[in-house]
Ligand binder design. Structure first.
Ligand code: FES
Length: 201
């Protein structure tokens, strides 16, 4: 039997693996990927009524910079419960959304009563269509006709019950007088790997 000769090194050498800036850069790039390469990150502050209602004092969400799109409907033309369809950010079936005046304050709601919100129309579980399922009185979208997920439209589209684990993507709205603009999306739209990559390209 022969003995193997083992050499013990007591000091690290320059060839040993280390955690360097490249490792950190990889993490950063993955995060940036979710929002789209080169997108400018901005902070969205929630309205004051949510802070008064027991929500965290400074709940903030990061969103990528989207195009600002004027919607064809005016604030003064909205009636409670009427859901109005529009496409954003793309003229593509998965970018179909509904804008609705809930008649009750909602997270991200615009207008004098903070009750006008907009959400994507596809269930985040397997893309079930939510056409005709936006209910202002209950403040929900659903139940989804496929597996019965219901989303709370007053709380940024969070899941109330059902199979989906992700909230319904909320379309960020802004107003200027009577005009309504779509300016972003909170959440990944079903079927996209990145909301800002043209799905028709
Ligand atoms: S597709 Fe909507 S719950 Fe499954």
């Amino acid at each position: 039997m022969t003995k193997q000769s083992v050499t013990h090194q007591t000091k690290p050498t320059s060839t040993e693996p280390t955690c360097d800036i490249a490792d950190v850069g990889f993490v950063m790039n993955r995060r940036q990927f979710l929002f789209g390469a080169g997108a400018t990150l901005t902070l969205l502050s929630l309205p004051g009524w949510m802070r008064n209602g027991g929500m965290p004092a400074q709940l903030q969400a990061q969103i990528a910079e989207y195009p600002r799109q004027l919607l064809e409907i005016k604030l003064s033309e909205l009636t409670v419960g009427e859901a109005i369809s529009f496409n954003y950010p793309w003229e593509h079936p998965n970018s179909a959304n509904y804008l609705i005046k809930l008649g009750q304050p909602a997270g991200g709601g615009v207008g004098p009563d903070n009750d006008v919100v907009a959400f994507n129309n596809l269930c985040t579980h397997q893309g079930g269509p939510l056409d005709g399922k936006f209910n202002a009185e209950a403040g929900v979208a659903g139940p989804c006709p496929i597996h019965w997920t219901t989303f709370d439209l007053t709380r940024h589209g969070m899941v109330v019950g059902g199979h989906a684990t992700l909230g319904l993507p909320q379309i960020i709205l802004e107003t200027d007088g009577d005009e309504i603009y779509a300016t972003g999306v909170m959440g990944l739209i079903f079927g996209y790997h990145n909301n800002l990559v043209d799905p028709t390209a």
